[in-house]
Design a protein around this ligand. Structure first.
Ligand code: CA
Length: 228
């Protein structure tokens, strides 16, 4: 099994070194950075399996890093703080942290918390059932069914719908829809996304007039309905 990758954001070298030593003994792969800026930059390109975030960083707070992370991922976060205020704990959990550890802490305690949080988040991931959707994409045969009925789609429409169906509830911009769909097509792509969406909607409505399957997010783009 691949070791779990932990991103450690901590500006105090001795503390960081102790943490790295303890976690590597537990067979985690730890990557250490000492500023929030470096952390955010790294998160742009790759997501670790876990984040340990010191709250008091030289360039920003650990909360800021967590907020930036939460815009794109649910990766578990453990905050570290030297502060004593109870408010930190509440803020930490409110902005999406999974747990909180006050300095000084024992390394054994830290490892135990990391493992407990990972177990919880693994359980969440495996237990949550796949969302039930009446839209079924048959990749092999390049066709889609909606409430059991075959949809007659153009190639463009099919690929746009496929893109939306990859992440129900996720808002795709017009450019993202074009890029994703174009990746599938050899022919030049008609960039009038709105017209394609309009046509897809009409076909979906013909089958179920009372349901709006594709939602418009004004100024952003479109998403496929997440809950039916
Ligand atoms: Ca610090």
């Amino acid at each position: 099994m691949q070791p779990r990758r932990i991103l450690l954001v901590e500006d105090e070298r001795p503390i960081a070194e102790n943490i790295i030593f303890a976690l590597e003994q537990e067979r985690f792969a730890v990557h250490w950075v000492s500023t929030g800026g470096e952390a955010i930059q790294l998160l742009e390109s790759a997501l670790p399996d876990f984040l340990i975030l010191d709250i008091n960083l030289p360039d920003m707070t650990g909360f800021d890093v967590c907020r930036a992370l939460r815009k794109k991922a649910e990766t578990p976060v453990l905050f570290l703080s030297a502060r004593q205020e109870e408010i930190d704990r509440i803020v930490a959990l409110e902005i999406g942290g999974d747990d909180y550890l006050m300095k000084p802490f024992s390394l054994r305690e830290l490892s135990a918390r990391v493992k407990a949080i990972l177990r919880r988040s693994d359980a969440r991931t495996t237990e949550s059932p796949a969302p039930v959707t009446p839209l079924v994409i048959d990749d092999k045969r390049s066709r889609a069914e909606y409430f059991g009925e075959k949809l007659e789609l153009s190639k463009y429409e099919y690929f746009i719908l496929c893109t939306l169906a990859k992440r129900p509830g996720w808002v795709f911009s017009r450019d993202q829809l074009i890029d994703h769909a174009m990746g599938q097509m050899s022919a030049p792509f008609d960039r009038t996304i709105d017209a394609h969406i309009k046509s897809i909607r009409a076909k979906l409505r013909k089958i179920k007039p009372e349901i709006e399957a594709i939602e418009t997010h004004r100024g952003f783009g479109y998403s496929l309905r997440e809950y039916w």
